[in-house]
Design a protein around this ligand. Structure first.
Ligand code: NAP
Length: 382
């Protein structure tokens, strides 16, 4: 029986790579549901090719989709209000959470409550409500397998291990600005920032990789996914991006996961775990690299990472505020309304103004998200 997939965010960088994995093993997978936002051209191609029974997109593009595909028996949903309906469908075994942003929280919760396998690329939901998600996953026996390459590496290193974990070494390629002087950051254009040296990703995460905010989000994500304390995670800049992360056990042994920089590897692993299948990718040539280097991140040069670590320590509603403010500020940068260094300034202001709710309910999280977006917009458009 093929594994039946819902791919939420099928038109994004992770979504497209997920469909390439499906193409590599057509008998293993069946695409039952797809979702996008407004990229209707690509979504139409995907509908023709994979003939899903369920499709979600932004309400404004649904009319056109319904007209064009009226001969197929597709059930359509508004992705902003009803993405969770796709995640909980009985006909689905695995939900690939590849959509961008905090909107993934509702489908994430629905998927775990329905006891699905969740192949989770989306990090925003885990950052803002990771504790709630993990609690529900335990309750409903849902399996969450991370797609984010660093979290996938940690998951793989921990698999089958019983010894206590001393530390996790979370690696970071460092993004496009490692060799650029901090005084030149304000001159960086959107085009400069979107030129990541090692990974091909969507625009939001690529900007976060340049500020190193992304590593801060991954720090919080790792805390939630693996139940790690603040002191158990050590960030290392590793420009070659070959070692995707490492786990150090109580005896001092360190297990690492290495691989080529291609997201198809962790995506396929999340879909086929505990099996490993051929990916068709070129093998990693370690001789080519000569040396693999590791260094401490420079928090003075990349203050967004320092801010995220402070937020990780304080917890409560603060990670949610950090994420919401960052989504707003990065969006403004991508639309060329603010410069690169203003991203941090906006986010920091919002974080400093927030009154933390230490043990937030889901309601508190949504309220904090809304508050932070309003604050960020006020600062941005003043
Ligand atoms: N790319 C990577 O290598 C990578 C690695 C690790 C983790 N992640 C995480 O995976 C997630 C997706 O990243 P990505 O790089 O694939 O992003 P992306 O290329 O920007 O794609 C995002 C997907 O989400 C959809 N989307 C955008 N806004 C939406 C909204 N408001 N409601 C519902 N759907 C929406 C997009 O639809 P349209 O195309 O129609 O706009 C697209 O299908 C993010 O959380 C990211 O942090 C990505």
């Amino acid at each position: 029986m093929p594994s039946r997939l819902a791919i939420l965010g099928s038109t994004g960088s992770i979504g497209v790579n997920t469909l390439k994995v499906v193409d590599g093993h057509p008998k293993r997978f069946k695409v039952v549901a797809l979702s996008a936002y407004t990229n209707i051209a690509l979504l139409k191609e995907q509908i023709k090719r994979y003939q899903p029974a369920y499709v979600a997109a932004k309400a404004s593009v649904l009319v056109q989709l319904k007209q064009e595909f009226c001969s197929l028996r597709i059930k359509f949903f508004d992705v902003e209000r009803e993405a969770a309906c796709l995640a909980g469908l009985r006909e689905i075994d695995t939900v690939v959470l590849a959509m961008r942003g905090a909107g993934a929280l509702a489908p994430f919760l629905e998927a775990v409550r329905a006891g699905k396998r969740v192949a989770a690329a989306n990090k925003e939901a885990l950052v803002i409500a990771g504790d709630l998600i993990m609690k529900e996953a335990r309750k409903y026996k849902a399996v969450i397998i991370p797609i984010d390459s660093e979290q996938s590496a940690i998951f793989q290193c921990l698999d089958g291990q019983k010894a206590p974990v001393r530390r996790v070494h979370l690696t970071a390629s460092g993004g496009p600005l490692q060799e650029v002087a901090a005084r030149d950051f304000s001159k960086m254009t959107v085009k400069d920032i979107l030129r990541h040296p090692r990974w091909q990703m969507g625009p939001k995460i690529t900007v976060d990789s340049a500020t190193l905010m992304n590593k801060g989000f991954e720090f919080i994500e790792a805390q939630r996914l693996f139940g790690l304390s603040f002191d158990q995670i050590n960030i290392l800049i590793h420009p070659q991006a070959i070692v995707h992360s490492m786990v150090e056990f109580s005896d001092g042994s360190i297990l690492a996961q290495l691989g080529v920089t291609d997201m198809r590897l962790p995506i396929q692993y999340a879909l086929t775990y505990p099996q490993r299948l051929d990916t068709g990718l070129k093998p990693l040539d370690l001789v080519q690299w000569q040396s693999l280097t590791f260094q401490k991140p420079n928090l003075k040069k990349f203050p967004a990472l320092g801010l995220a670590l402070e937020v990780a320590q304080k917890g409560g509603t603060l990670p949610c505020v950090l994420n919401a403010a960052d989504e707003e500020a990065v969006d403004a940068f991508l639309k060329e309304k603010i410069n690169f260094t203003s991203i941090y300034k906006v986010v920091e202001k919002v974080v400093r103004r927030h009154k933390i709710e230490k043990k937030p309910s889901l309601f508190d999280i949504y309220a904090a998200d809304e508050w932070a977006r309003q604050e960020a917009r006020t600062i941005l458009w003043r």
